[in-house]
Design a binder for this molecule. Sequence first.
Ligand code: AMP
Length: 308
Amino acid sequence: MSKLLIVGTVAFDAIETPFGKTDKILGGAATYISLSASQFGVESGIVSVVGGDFPKEYLKKLNDRNINTDGIEIIEEGKTFFWKGKYHNDLNSRDTLITDLNVLADFNPVVPEKFIQPEFLMLGNLHPAVQMAVINQIPVRPKLVVLDTMNFWMDNTWDALMEVIAKIDVITINDEEARQLSGEYSLVKAAQKIYEMGPKYVVIKKGEHGALLFHEDNVFFAPALPLEEVFDPTGAGDTFAGGFIGHMAKTEDISFENMKRGVIAGSNLASFCVEKFGTERMENLTHNEIQERLLQFKLLTQFDIEIG
Ligand code: AMP
């Protein structure tokens, strides 16, 4: 069985959407990624850091889904990373109101012995120097390294970001971030510029408008499922990434053809994430619900047409 190592924030989030608001709830990129990837039954572990204020029952929620949390360092006298965001009425864009790095500010990641040789490595959204420090601890290059990042790190830690991007296979970012990273408006041109930075595969997430997978001259499009209820988009991007890497780790096939299925798996899982606040929907998701929705994805995109 292949092993998946996930690096990213484990956090408190406070979220405001047009439908309501929450106080500090469980959040963080690694949290969403791992909950999503756990649907594929691969052995997974998280490397992250939290403060003494982080409830033990949150760790148990992850352990209950077979996610190893030995690599989540607890700094008793410190405070957990805190993020607060507010969505606009269209739910497609949001403002970050607070980013308190807290214990993340001086985080030195240590990969537990059990996960020192992962076959799949997911570098979730986090300080690029931390992502790099994890790469440097792994003696044998994993089969696939996927990185997710965001504008915050482009604005604040550009050089460190360039260094880690040079080492990875797949980058997942949203359309706005792809434009910022590349300086190109066209997403096709943006992907080409990003190839030059290192990754051979570029996944551009477009929220409710789906995701694009670029590789050389190939491009594949996965729609997002049109949903009746969208409650809270927080974590959708991470859930997408978790579904993608979870599928890749389960199938152990890193071809472009299989990455297409990975992108669909990611879109499928993200469609559940947005239906409830925070991680709630991902915690109780069943295998049957996922399979049923995969069928909806097929029906949504299949058509017959004669070309000639
Ligand atoms: P997403 O909606 O997929 O972009 O991810 C939302 C999650 O990212 C939230 O749970 C936050 O805790 C986390 N997050 C927000 N800002 C940052 C940041 N600067 N670095 C790492 N994680 C962050």
